[in-house]
Each structure stands twice: as structure tokens, then as C-alpha cells.
Design a protein around this ligand. Structure first.
Ligand code: G6P
Length: 440
């Protein structure tokens, strides 16, 4: 019988996760799920926790749902720890997405200045969780869904008190399911050779029943139906068909910020005038979702949750846990220590690649050198990520400025410094590592 601890248990995504465990109960006998949150999340935890209890009752599975604000109690003896928290809640995301726009720079949750600041706020908290895990569940697997998932996972690999960490994103499984849909086939028949970094991952090859259909899929992506592939949180502005042909591999939706920077910026500036930044849209969606969750007659995951970008999150998380538990040795795309898998990336950095999932964790499948067309951008983002992680751990202003300036979405050193100073001030309550010296 298995114990799961979910940190950030009050998240609106929790019904996804509960549904995933219910569906897989026969192969994954989870006896206890501990949903843990902080005081500010108490109300959400109680609402979503009550829904989780109704869901398991309706499904008739003997899973006990526990709600707590005591992280250590939740971690004690856990077999798997899943993390899905947001330091500073959605208000911090609003700032991440809005402030860069003042300087004519993309404002995004996990990319550019927003991604940098989400990393700076999140990494110290994750390292604290690792300390608790080392004490209360040293053998547990940490399944991290907290964004920026690649950087947070790498921070644990390099600086964490525990090392059994796997970073997870819904994007690879989402892409596979959507491509299968546009090809009109079952997802099991599609295999995509993913390689890169989180939110910077490419499909190097796409296979259908073993036949390489990459060119066909690139043709679809370049055409009318591409919106069927993208995620809900990123506007689909189409692709320049000849560019997709030249690129030769499948980009992910986040690549739009790099290959279509100007258009995406204009789109964001337009959206701000209407519905607001994505975090503001999500705030409204969340308010509606929690109203639904309160309904005592609701006992399944409501379809409205699919308006969020994290669709298929539960499939990604629960498939991974089930494969580790059952030593299934299937292939899934996760964030792991590079260890030479992708050439030119340090061994101790996190990469997002296909892995064979065994009882000893993910075994990455060798990639080697990435195609020239994409290698440069991946390497540059990895330099940004490594520097950002070091800034998060040390609170070193110069490292943070370096990370901001080398990010390809930031146009100059001067603008980088202006955005950095503005955002440090805006987020200072959640960045003690940068301010403790000034306070003491
Ligand atoms: C995508 C990403 C996730 C991200 C989500 C945001 O699917 O892969 O990492 O959390 O979108 O969705 P939201 O609805 O919060 O904008």
C-alpha cells in the first residue's frame, strides 16, 4: 500500500491527480493521499480536499484522503512526493507576466524574466522541502510538476538534500495525444523522440507504428490544423510553413516566444488591454472552478478544468508513478540528470528526454548531438538556466543580472537591469535570499 504526499494540495489541478490515481487503482494501490498546503491555501485545500474525498467515495476505491497544513506530517513515510505549488500564488504570476511588458519584453510564466523570477522564488522553497524529505522520507521519489519544472528539478539534482527527483511536464504527453488525434489514430501507435529542455523540447522524429512520419506531421503543423496541437495557455499564431520545413523537427508551443517574439509580444500587449495577462485569465478560471468544486453533488473531475494549460497532467504523473512502482520499463518523457544523454550539456544539468521507466527510476535514452538548427538555442537556454539556479541558491545580484541579460528574450544589458530591479522590488517578500543582507 502506497502513501502519496502532494505539496500544493489545494491546487485547482488536484482533481486531475485524484482522477489519475482512481483510474489506476488496480495497478497502483494507493492507500493514502496527503494533500498539504500553507495557511494562505487553507480554504482552497478544504474545498478541493472535500471534492477529492467525494471522488474516491463515488469511485468506490479505498483511498484515504488526508488534508493538512503540516508538511512534515504529510511527508512522514511517503513513497512518492508530488509538488505542484506556486510561491506567491497567482498574484506573483501576474507580476511576472506584466512587469516585463512595460519594457517591451515578453511576460511569461516560465520563459524570459517571468521564468527567471519564478525560479528565484521557487528553488529555495523546493530545497527546504528536500531537507524535510531527507528527514522524513529519504527513499521517496520526488515527482516535481512545479514550474519552471526543468530549473527546479536541476536545482534539486545539484543542491538538494535528496536526489531521487524527476521533473514532469504535461507538454510531451499532450503533444503525443494531440498528434495522434490529428493523424486519426490511437496515441499508443505514436512515438515521438523528444529531446531538449523543459518548455524547450523538440520532437526530433515522429513515428506511427514504427514508420517515420516526421515530414507529414511537420506539414500538418505548418498548416491549418496546428491549433489542434498547441496548449490552451499559448496563443496559436500559426507557423511560417517554410520555416517549419527548414527547421526539420517539431517545435513545442513555447518556441513561439523565441521564433515569433515580435508577434507574441504584440499579442500579449493586445490581450492586456482586453482580458489581461494569462495569470489574470487563470484567476477567473480558478474562481469559477472553485465555485464548481464547492458543489456537494460534484463527485468527478469537472470538464471545465480542461481550459487550463496543464491538461493530461494526471496521466503524466500517474503513468510515471505506476511505471516506477510496477517496473514497467515503458518509455516516458521526463526531466532527468543529463549524464551525457545530450551532447554539450553538463552532466549534472536537467534535460527533458525519453527515458525507460524502471523501478530504479528513469533511464535516459541516448540522444547525442542535437541538430545544428536547434542546438544553439538549447545551449543558450541551458546557460541561462544554470546561472538562474545559481542566483536562486546564492541570492547573488550579479548572477541574477547575468541570467536576465543572457536570456534571448531580453534585448540589452540596460533593459535587463531595469527589469531585474523592478521585479526584485515587486517580489521582495518572496526573495529573502536577495534581501536578508540589507535587512540585517
Ligand atoms: C502548459 C505547461 C505547464 C503550465 C501550464 C499553464 O501546459 O506545460 O507547465 O503549468 O501550461 O497553464 P495555465 O492554465 O496555468 O496557464
Amino acid at each position: 500500500m502506497l502513501k502519496i504526499a502532494t505539496i500544493g494540495g489545494g491546487s485547482s489541478y488536484t482533481p486531475e491527480l485524484i482522477e489519475g490515481f482512481i483510474k489506476r487503482y488496480d495497478e497502483l494501490p494507493v492507500s493514502d493521499i496527503w494533500l498539504v498546503d500553507i495557511e494562505e491555501g487553507r480554504e482552497k485545500l478544504e474545498i478541493v480536499g472535500a471534492l477529492a474525498k467525494r471522488m474516491v467515495e463515488k469511485a468506490g476505491v479505498p483511498i484515504n484522503i488526508h488534508l493538512t497544513l503540516d508538511r512534515r506530517e504529510a511527508l512522514e513515510g511517503a513513497d512518492f512526493v508530488t509538488t505542484q505549488f506556486r510561491v506567491g500564488l497567482l498574484d506573483a504570476r501576474v507580476k511576472d507576466e506584466k512587469i516585463p511588458l512595460k519594457y517591451g519584453v515578453i511576460g511569461q510564466e516560465t520563459n524570459g524574466p517571468g521564468g527567471l523570477f519564478k525560479a528565484l522564488r521557487t528553488i529555495p522553497v523546493m530545497l527546504d522541502i528536500c531537507e524535510d524529505m531527507a528527514e522524513f522520507c529519504p527513499d521517496a521519489w520526488l515527482i516535481n510538476f512545479t514550474n519552471p519544472a526543468g530549473m527546479v528539478t536541476e536545482a534539486v539534482l545539484r543542491y538538494g538534500a535528496v536526489k531521487k527527483v524527476i521533473g514532469l511536464c504535461n507538454l510531451p504527453i499532450h503533444t503525443k495525444i494531440r498528434i495522434a488525434q490529428v493523424l486519426g489514430v490511437e496515441p499508443e501507435r505514436v512515438y515521438i523522440q523528444f529531446a531538449g529542455l523543459n518548455h524547450m523540447v523538440y520532437g526530433l522524429n515522429v513515428f506511427l507504428d514504427g514508420e517515420n512520419v516526421t515530414q507529414k506531421v511537420l506539414g500538418i503543423l505548418a498548416g491549418e490544423t496546428s491549433s489542434d496541437i498547441d496548449v490552451k495557455n499559448i496563443p496559436d499564431l500559426g507557423w511560417e510553413p517554410d520555416f517549419i520545413k527548414a527547421l526539420g523537427v517539431l517545435p513545442c508551443p513555447y518556441h513561439r516566444y523565441y521564433y515569433q517574439t515580435q508577434k507574441m509580444l504584440e499579442e500579449e500587449l493586445e490581450a492586456v488591454k482586453k482580458e489581461g495577462v494569462r495569470a489574470e485569465v487563470v484567476k477567473k478560471l480558478e474562481a469559477d472552478l472553485f465555485e464548481l468544486y464547492k458543489d456537494p453533488n460534484l463527485n468527478v473531475k469537472p470538464p471545465q478544468l480542461e481550459k487550463r494549460g496543464g491538461a493530461y497532467y494526471s496521466d503524466a504523473a500517474c503513468n510515471l508513478i505506476a511505471s516506477i512502482y510496477n517496473d514497467r520499463r515503458d518509455i516516458q518523457t521526463v526531466n532527468v540528470r543529463n549524464n551525457g544523454t545530450i551532447a554539450g550539456i553538463p552532466d549534472d544539468s536537467a534535460v527533458e528526454v525519453n527515458c525507460v521507466i524502471t523501478k530504479d527510476g528513469p533511464q535516459p535514452i541516448h540522444v547525442g548531438a542535437l541538430p545544428v538548427a536547434v542546438n544553439g538555442l538549447v545551449q543558450q537556454i541551458k546557460s541561462f538556466e544554470r546561472t538562474a539556479i545559481e542566483a536562486a541558491v546564492t541570492g547573488d545580484y550579479h548572477k541574477a543580472l547575468l541570467a536576465m541579460t543572457i536570456n534571448p528574450l531580453v534585448p540589452s544589458d540596460t533593459i535587463a537591469k531595469q527589469i531585474l530591479d523592478d521585479m526584485l522590488e515587486a517580489h521582495k517578500d518572496y526573495l529573502p535570499q536577495f534581501f536578508s543582507r540589507a535587512h540585517s
